[in-house]
Design a protein around this ligand. Structure first.
Ligand SMILES: Cc1cc2nc3c(=O)[nH]c(=O)nc-3n(C[C@H](O)[C@H](O)[C@H](O)COP(=O)(O)OP(=O)(O)OC[C@H]3O[C@@H](n4cnc5c(N)ncnc54)[C@H](O)[C@@H]3O)c2cc1C
Length: 365
């Protein structure tokens, strides 16, 4: 009886926020709310999403273009702080500093690397060139450049550690039923659970959201494999056609494809063949394929994130569009969204969904 009373009482709490979806976006927003001492409830289904299929690379550069990615230094600073804070809070290592060895495909890559590594900011990451062409197990006809101050985040471990601290008042593991959301003037009500607002952090699931599906989220499918081999070092991420990332003892994540047409979550024979072809072009050693997987990157038509409030329903918010760089951008964007919602600060024009206002108006025509 006492338990039932407590249960009912908890349902009557007016929470600050309901978060729908628990990938990197949902995680980072929940962490910000926790930092500010706000009550939240996460509702998420048990699908892996993009986050649990990702390679886990934290890298502010675009290696193949010899440049930094958009706004990357700001994103990078915040991201490092957040992942280190997570490690401190939970006493668990999740961020591993690992260099990326970028194997050159032609002699001009070598030259472009040298130019890039002398540029401001980029020089923190693009470091020396190795001209050793006799690498064991890896074809290195043109040498390789080393990217430093980058690494790998154990995303699944990070998400699971935080999730394991949440009780049933803070986490519901089920698909969100849009029909059950009642929007009142002063609060929202979901199956009797009341909150001041709701943030949709659904990744590509946003396509099914009746309020935000007007946004131009494209989605870019990425397929990858895991290989087992004793022949590669766990001390570096390899980039050579694709990424080879050490994830466990003798296990490497290898990927990924980039496909904007196929919106299914099926693994395909053609993707596996493409990955294997690339691997054989780069490696001189044996390996065994132990897994194939896929995820949908939440990419946007203009390659920028989607943050903001619904044009009509002012208690409904969205945090999406992390694209191929959720680890890098998630922490700072979560903070910016919080400041927008709770402190009335404006969102940068490049990330606000206001830039797609005409898509919303057109959906009524
Ligand atoms: C193959 C691949 C490799 C990648 N590699 C990297 C990398 O190395 N580094 C990097 O920074 N980024 C990488 N990314 C990109 C990164 O994974 C994404 O930017 C990020 O994971 C997006 O996070 P998200 O929370 O927006 O979406 P998701 O991770 O997809 O999370 C959304 C969650 O919400 C759930 N959900 C959706 N709708 C509902 C609903 N209605 N009810 C309940 N639950 C719902 C979903 O099931 C999912 O669990 C990669 C992506 C892919 C596919």
């Amino acid at each position: 009886m006492e338990t039932l009373a407590l249960f009912l009482c908890n349902f009557n709490i007016l929470r600050n926020t309901i978060i729908v979806g628990y990938g990197l976006a949902g995680y980072h927003y929940a962490k910000v709310l926790e930092d500010y001492g706000k009550e939240f409830l996460i509702i998420s289904d048990d699908k892996l999403g993009a986050s649990r299929n990702a390679g886990g690379i934290l890298n502010p550069t675009i290696i193949k273009r010899f440049t930094l990615s958009w706004n990357s230094i700001e994103f990078y600073r915040k991201a490092l702080l957040k992942y280190k804070k997570h490690e401190k809070d939970y006493g668990n290592k999740i961020f591993h500093t690992l260099p990326i060895h970028n194997y050159f495909n032609k002699i001009s890559d070598n030259n472009n690397w040298s130019i890039a590594s002398n540029k401001k900011d980029l020089n923190r990451f693009f470091s020396k060139i190795t001209n050793n062409r006799n690498e064991k197990n890896i074809k290195a006809d043109y040498g390789y450049g080393i990217v430093t101050n980058v690494g790998r985040v154990e995303i699944i471990k990070m998400l699971d550690i935080f999730k394991s601290q949440l009780d049933s008042n803070s986490l519901l593991s089920e698909p969100f039923d849009y029909n059950k959301l009642i929007i009142n003037k002063d609060y929202i009500d979901y199956k009797g659970i009341k909150a001041s607002k709701i943030i949709f952090c659904e990744g590509f699931g946003l396509k099914n959201n009746p309020w935000f599906s007007y946004l131009p989220l494209i989605g870019s499918k990425g397929e990858f494999i895991h290989i087992r081999t004793k022949n590669l070092s766990p001390e570096a991420i390899i980039k050579g056609g694709l990424f080879i990332v050490p994830i466990e003892k003798e296990i490497f994540w290898v990927g990924a494809t980039f496909d904007r047409k196929d919106k299914t979550d099926n693994i395909t024979k053609s993707a596996k063949e493409w990955i294997l072809k690339k691997l054989h072009e780069r490696l001189n050693c044996s390996f065994e394929v132990v897994h194939q997987g896929t995820g949908m990157r939440p990419t946007v038509i203009d390659r920028r994130p989607l943050l903001g409030v619904h044009p009509l329903e002012k208690r409904l918010f969205v945090f999406n569009g992390l694209g191929a760089r959720g680890l890098l951008m998630g922490p700072l964007l979560a903070e910016l969204l919080y400041q927008f919602i709770e402190e009335n600060k404006e969102l940068p024009t490049s990330v606000t969904i206001d830039r797609f206002q005409s898509y919303f108006s057109n959906s009524f025509k």
